[in-house]
Write a protein that binds this ligand. Structure first.
Ligand code: GLU
Length: 497
């Protein structure tokens, strides 16, 4: 059997990270088995379609490295891959079901349905439909049609007995048919509902495995019965577990945008991960280890390593949590592994996009040190701000002195530092020389000979920030003139006392 899996999003908004995860598992399975991965756009709920959502979700998938063999932009042997463009096919098969007594036309008006629902609810029946048009005679149907009454097509669910849904992760899940009614499969506007559309598409697109959220499990009996009525072989159903908030309380899928939990920022939309500047390799590595474990206590692995081990059957049916702290850890690992040049290639355009103008040469000076702590590119923004803007000059004595380095010692220290830097040639203006010189000055001015308080204060004088990349690299990156100007300002401040 050729493995053919699909991701079938509805273009009704942003792509949730849980959607990326579901797509990833389906993609991994197809890639592992040299099969095909299909992207299908399920847009039959036209009222909910959002302009631009399709392009955006395709961009997010591509960003994490999920590519598709067939899809709306690529075409393929079983297209079109957008459901609204497949309407005649749904119509044809809905008619076939009616002709073969598996479905029927229901002429209930909206008022009639509302009243019916109320009556049923009063009896504790939440199905919403009492099947009143199921057994009309042909002449009754003809008369209603001739009178121009609009209708939907409903699928005949069995009135009793059970329906078993075979699920790869759960075994057989058995449902009592009494809990179902006859569901609408084709609306009065001629468009299908999800139930009919995906069964037809998954059949004709020769999908081998239907991977989808567990929220579809409860209506899977309708799908099983539809496959049966058509006489088509059923794909393997894989209902993926729900993804919970990191604290295990509630579904993450209910969240629509980033929020904070404790001191952890929880991103939700695929876009948010992209905008935060995580490396896509880190995100995909993180997601591949959700609901499924790579094993050997290894968190960091490449996709080809994952593909060697991955099997859909090993995905756990238990709800999964997204451990965001692992994403941060992974994010940092991937940055650490980057060459300095590659980091600059990522960082430079990111900073430009955020209106932070720092040259690639300057970034290259800092890249060996900043990547040690970087989890996502946005972490670099506050740290590097001093290079792009002119940070405020020190304005209070507290900012430029220390309890172990009073104004007098500070004045001496800045004077010595200015002289030291002025004496450096362009070649000497580099990290090791500056580090040695500054440490020596610090050791000389601080009681006890430890330069720490001096260097800490100097960081603020030089960068105007409490947190910055390491001091000596920052000095080199900022350049001699700008550093001297700031030291002179600090010294003047002390002299004015
Ligand atoms: N269009 C459905 C959704 O957005 C897809 C479910 C499926 O994968 O079959 O949830």
């Amino acid at each position: 059997m050729t493995v053919r899996t699909r991701f079938a999003p509805s273009p009704t908004g942003y792509l949730h990270i849980g959607g990326v995860w579901a797509a990833l598992l389906a993609w991994m399975y197809a890639r592992k088995h040299n099969g095909q991965f299909i992207l299908r756009i399920e847009d039959t709920d036209t009222k909910r379609t959002i302009e631009g959502a399709q392009a955006k979700l395709m961009e997010s998938l591509r960003w994490v490295g999920i590519d598709w063999d067939e899809g709306p932009d690529k075409g393929g042997p079983f297209g079109p891959y957008i459901q609204t463009a497949r309407q005649p096919l749904y119509q044809k098969w809905a008619d076939w079901l009616v002709e073969n007594n598996h479905a029927y036309k229901c002429f209930a008006t909206p008022d009639e349905l509302a009243e019916m629902r109320q009556e049923l609810e009063a009896k504790g029946d939440h199905s919403g439909y009492d099947r009143r048009y199921r057994d009309l005679s042909q002449s009754e149907v003809d008369a209603l049609e001739a009178a121009g009454r609009p209708y939907v097509i409903r699928f005949k669910m069995p009135l009793d007995g059970e329906t078993a849904v075979p699920d790869l992760l759960r075994g057989e899940v058995v449902f009592d048919n009494k809990q179902f009614t006859d569901y609408v499969i084709l609306k009065s506007n001629g468009l299908p509902t999800y139930h009919l559309a995906h069964v037809i598409d998954d059949h004709f697109m020769e999908i081998s495995h239907i991977t989808r959220g567990v929220e579809w499990l409860n209506t899977a009996p309708i799908h099983v019965r539809l496959f049966e009525a058509f006489g088509w072989e059923m794909p393997v159903f894989v209902h993926l577990p729900v993804i919970l908030n990191p604290n295990g309380k509630g579904k993450l899928s209910k969240r629509t945008q980033a929020f904070t939990q404790g001191d952890q920022e929880i991103l939700v939309k695929a876009d948010e991960f992209m905008e935060a500047g995580y490396m896509p390799e880190a995100v995909v590595n993180f997601l591949a280890n959700i609901g499924w474990t790579f094993g050997d206590d290894r968190e960091k692995f490449t996709m080809s390593e994952a593909l060697e081990r991955f099997d859909l059957a090993d995905v756990s049916a238990a709800p999964a949590k997204l451990p965001y702290s692992k994403l941060d850890w992974l994010g940092n690992q991937y940055f650490k592994d980057l060459s300095d040049d590659l980091l600059v290639k990522k960082l430079y355009p990111y900073l430009q996009q955020h209106q932070i103008d720092i040259s690639a040469e300057t970034l290259l000076i800092l890249s060996p040190v900043i990547k040690m702590r970087l989890k996502k590119l946005s972490d670099a923004v506050p740290q590097l701000a001093f290079l792009a803007e002119t940070p405020p000059l020190p304005s209070t004595v507290e900012e430029i002195t220390h309890k172990k380095m009073g104004p007098e010692a500070a004045a001496t220290a800045y004077k010595k530092t200015i002289a030291f830097l002025e004496g450096l040639s362009a070649e000497q203006f580099e990290v090791d020389t500056i580090a040695a010189g500054m440490r020596e000055i610090g050791a000389a001015v601080i009681d006890g000979g430890k330069p720490g308080p001096y260097l800490g204060t100097l960081r603020y004088v030089v960068t105007g920030q409490k947190v910055s990349p390491p001091l000596f690299e920052s000095v080199v990156a900022l350049g001699k003139d700008r550093v001297l100007a700031r030291l002179v300002a600090a010294q003047k401040l002390i002299d004015s006392l």
